[in-house]
Design a protein around this ligand. Structure first.
Ligand code: B1M
Length: 234
């Protein structure tokens, strides 16, 4: 398609499949306004927010991730893509949180020290909120003291940590070891996630569970809270 044709492209005239593919392209090109428009069109067509999130946004970001890995895209382009993704996520966030579900528990979440990746962490926070959890989001580059101070201040039930770099994932152990040293490890359920992690790593650092994605994080948190409530009422 020529540039001129692309300029003339009217998103609302595409069918669902074409629109989702176009959104993958627009995400790749960092076109925030087009992504927001695409999200709104899919919502108008009755798509569930979660389906838009996974099929249009997360799937598009996976393509960006692969080309970043392969040296086809570079940091500035990926930043633009991330910005476009955030535009779409901002529209979906209140809708995902709109379930009116009862409070399930409170989670302090943050990306670990040295790491500025926050898209996955934000997605987890959004999905958790949608499932009725209260979220205290500490943002990126979070040191151990900040996690622990927030856990205590907020009287949280769960700690969620995210790391996307092989160089920053070991910092999760620093946080858990600090909790242990302070005799507070058993006060919180610790869930960890991020692309380079796996179950074995989570076990080795002393976390309670590894969460492959946001949906697993929600289910895992629910299970632990159920157990906690059952123990409390036994
Ligand atoms: Co970065 N980056 N990046 N990056 N970046 C990766 C992670 C990388 C794998 C790309 C690659 O080379 N293939 C690579 C890491 C390699 C490694 O460590 N082995 C990498 C690198 C090297 C870097 C820099 C060092 C590049 C540089 O400067 N030369 C630099 C690091 C800066 C730093 O942090 N100190 C850097 C910078 C950036 C940008 C700023 C450009 C941008 C981040 C923008 C932002 O987040 N605001 C960026 C991006 C976007 C990526 C990729 C392309 C995409 C990450 C993403 O958002 N994925 C990524 C490649 C990739 O992962 N394929 C890459 C989508 C997101 C929905 O998935 O984050 O995995 P994810 O989250 C999932 C699950 O993992 C899980 O649920 C989420 C939703 O389902 N999950 C949790 C995540 N956290 C959880 C917490 C939980 C539970 C589940 O707690 C309960």
């Amino acid at each position: 398609m020529s540039d001129e044709d692309e300029d003339d492209l009217i998103l609302s005239e595409l069918d669902d499949e074409e629109l989702v593919l176009q959104m993958h392209d627009d995400l790749y090109d960092g076109l925030k306004e087009e992504i927001e428009e695409g999200v709104n069109i899919l919502l108008e067509r009755g798509w569930e927010p979660y389906r838009i999130l996974t099929e249009a946004l997360v799937a598009g970001m996976t393509i960006v991730g692969n080309d970043f890995r392969d040296g086809i895209l570079f940091v500035p382009e990926v930043l633009l893509a991330a910005n476009a993704m955030k535009g779409g996520m901002a529209i979906l966030k209140p809708l995902l949180a709109e379930t009116g579900a009862p409070r399930m528990g409170k989670m302090v979440i943050g990306t670990v020290k040295g790491d500025i990746h926050d898209i996955g962490k934000n997605l987890v926070a959004m999905m958790m909120e949608g499932a009725g959890f209260e979220i205290v989001d500490l943002g990126i580059n979070t040191p151990a003291e900040e996690y622990i101070e927030a856990l205590e201040r907020e009287e949280a039930d769960l700690l969620g940590m995210s790391a996307l770099l092989t160089t920053t994932m070991p910092y999760m152990k620093v946080v858990i070891d600090t909790l242990k040293e302070q005799g507070k490890r058993n006060d919180y359920i610790v869930l960890v996630g991020g692309a380079p992690l796996n179950e074995e790593f989570a076990g080795a650092i002393g976390a309670d569970s590894y969460c492959r994605d946001a949906a697993v994080a929600v289910e895992t948190a629910k299970e632990y809270m159920l157990r906690k409530h059952n123990r409390a009422s036994a």
